[in-house]
Design a protein around this ligand. Structure first.
Ligand SMILES: [Mn+2]
Length: 353
């Protein structure tokens, strides 16, 4: 049985709202879903598994119609999905009054239920969120009824407030494939068997790395699944090492130079690391103006001349602090303690005498 597994499409969400650097829109999320459905059609995929948070919030009727239309166009594929914490089964949810196409199965109950697919000798298990949070480890101890069938579980969660689970939750569970959603960074929890899809598209610039869908084949002898990125938008963490002799023009040139190897679909989150001279006059806006920059995080530490400071602020708290830290074993923590501490004392140096 050939399948595609996606999650966290967050339809209805406006990506990076308020940002001016990026022309992403709500439509991008729909386009990506359409792209996946087109792959399903071309590859004659038997089943699409959507592991929750299909919608970012309660779906509007017109959004359900759009989704249903995309499903109904599939000539070969069955779509099975659950509601996640974002699009949970609210008492007034449009989910409750919508009639889906006949190739769509919504596992909407809040208790484990199952769709049996006789033609594939398969059973798809899952349940939906009926509230925003589910703190109980509800996937613990779940087992398929008939071990002779191809058994699939669709699940959503993986953090403390949303059905916590671990690798061991599914290890001996007897499911041939577990299609998970909720955590936006995807990956294989158990290779070829338990997969967190990751968001189909990044929703903001903290969703670092590639996003996309998983496609594979499951039989009673085993499963094989691979990741396929959707390359509309990918956020990349890009550290820029800075030292105190660098000027702002030099730093900007370095960033511009690094941007030359950027792919058109990539947006950089620049991390400034290292030390800076107190005279450095570099504004984050100057970096954000460059094409392809999503965000700037300043982790720079001021470059202090500790020897000079001690001489200048003899018999003050500042001198005592530097001496004290210098006596400790030097590592990243003491280094930061030195910078932050000196920085705090130096800013209020009038009081330290
Ligand atoms: Mn979620």
């Amino acid at each position: 049985m050939k399948f595609i597994h996606i999650a966290d499409t967050h339809l209805g969400f406006v990506p990076d709202a308020g940002q001016t650097w990026n022309r992403r829109s709500e439509k991008d999320l729909w386009d990506s879903l359409s792209e996946v459905f087109q792959v399903a059609e071309n590859e004659k995929i038997d089943i699409i598994l959507i592991a929750g948070d299909l919608f970012h919030r309660q779906p509007l009727m017109r959004e359900l119609k759009e989704f249903n239309y995309l499903c109904s166009k599939l000539t070969h594929t069955l779509v099975v999905f659950i509601a996640g914490n974002h699009d949970y089964m609210h008492p007034k949810s449009n989910y409750r009054r919508f009639a889906f196409a006949k190739n769509v199965r919504f596992l909407s109950a809040n208790e484990l239920s199952m769709v049996e697919l006789k033609e594939y000798n398969a059973c798809i298990y899952g349940f939906s969120y009926w509230q925003k949070e589910l703190k109980e480890p509800r996937y613990d101890g779940i087992k398929p009824k008939d071990p002779g069938k191809i058994n699939i579980l669709i699940g959503h969660g993986g953090d403390a407030k949303h059905i916590p689970f671990r690798e061991t939750t599914f290890r001996g569970s007897g499911f041939d494939y577990v299609a998970l959603g909720h955590i936006h960074k995807g990956g294989q929890i158990i290779r070829n068997r338990v997969v967190m899809a990751g968001a189909l598209e990044p929703t903001d610039c903290n969703d670092i790395g590639p996003h996309g869908y998983w496609m594979g084949e499951v039989t009673k002898r085993g499963c094989e699944v691979s990741f396929f990125p959707i390359r509309k938008c990918e956020y990349v963490l890009h550290p820029i090492p800075v030292h105190e002799n660098m000027t702002s023009i030099q730093i900007l040139e370095q960033i511009k130079n690094d941007l030359k190897t950027r792919k058109a679909y990539q947006y950089y989150k620049i991390i400034l690391e290292g030390t800076y001279d107190s005279e450095l006059n570099l504004k984050a806006e100057q970096i954000l103006e460059l094409p392809g920059i999503a965000a700037v995080e300043n982790r720079l530490l001021p470059a202090y001349d500790f020897k000079r400071l001690k001489a200048e602020y003899r018999n003050t708290l500042l001198e005592k602090y530097i001496n004290r830290i210098e006596k400790l074993p030097q590592n990243m923590v003491t280094k930061q303690a030195m910078y932050y501490g000196v920085d705090a004392l130096y800013q209020t140096k009038e009081d330290t005498r």
